[in-house]
Write a protein that binds this ligand. Sequence first.
Ligand code: SAH
Ligand code: SF4
Length: 366
Amino acid sequence: MTTRPWDLPAPEPSPGSLPAVLGLDRAALRALAMEWGEPSFRGDQIFEGLYRHRWDTWASFSILPGTFRTRLQEGRPIGLPEIVESVPSTDGSTKHVFRLADGLRVEGVHMPYRDRSTLCLSSQVGCAMGCTFCATGSMGIGRNLDAGEIVGQVLAMLRRHGGSPASPVNLVFMGMGEPLHNLDHVLRAFRILSDPRGLAISPRRITVSTSGLVPGIRALGSHHPRPRLAVSLNATTDAQRSRTMPVNRVWNLEALGECLGAFPLQRGERITLEYVLLRGLSDGLEDGRRLAAFAKRFPSKVNLIPFNATESDPRMADFQPPEESRIGELCRILSDSGLTVSVRRSRGQDVAGACGQLVRKRGFRA
Ligand code: SAH
Ligand code: SF4
């Protein structure tokens, strides 16, 4: 049997020699304070300093006793990833490139809207899943991000763009990587980001998007609280889905549908089905009808994503976005079946920051 990349042990997160404090949840920071002979509430103060006040140097932590602050300054980096490149798009969104402690790079996207902003986060350097329409998939997997590298993307983007408590922030794990292949760190980041004493982002505003890793979906469902679930369906027959998404050869549409039907939902919660429209491959009217039937097996909403090309990638030559008229026809089929449907007009296309365009073309470090 061939080894599937996602069955390999999850690659280790950052090999940094001094563990950064970013990524420790409040309980861990309290334990750290006590380890260093300080009362545990000092850990809460560090947490609030990092996430509520968003201080980024130890010098700002004047609430801590001087000796403790000096020890932290000397012994524990905060660990904020550095933004080494920011590319603004004409549509108002900005793609950011983060350099991690070991020099590897990942990308995140800030998307402002009138009354809120959405941050698109990476969970891995590259991705092991190999979906053929996705530029990230062509990179292969570098390593998992740790929780600090995930929350660091949020802090760094909020610092850059501001972000007042009055305008809510949505977080979507739709950048590089398969988040359910790195569930422990994604969930730890989720706990930190939603902690009421820090950024206090509502769990309802945090969404994890998976290519359909059935055991990962089951594991996510066993946690409470947890982020919302989005699933990249992208095809309505096993033949087509297996061609573009190798994960379908292991967990096919029936296994996925069964697993989603059993996923424990909160009252009013729905699973988002993302569906990339590839002209002539996944955008037929029959596809629309099969998609509707799949989506009606559980509370759901459908998000159609016209394919975004990455010009420089020869593998993408096989794919075209759908005709505009076809998008309308598919929306009608879905809404006539009683489903909520939206079309994702991907932001940041001109700066290769849209869905499926996040790729480090010259390898993980460049
Ligand atoms: N790995 C996760 C999340 C990141 S991809 C996942 O696959 O769900 C985020 C979304 O972008 C997914 O729904 C994916 O299907 C979609 N996508 C990937 N490549 C794309 C492309 N070239 N054009 C449009 N959407 C794409
Ligand atoms: Fe990975 Fe998602 Fe791209 Fe597939 S679509 S290769 S799972 S990032």
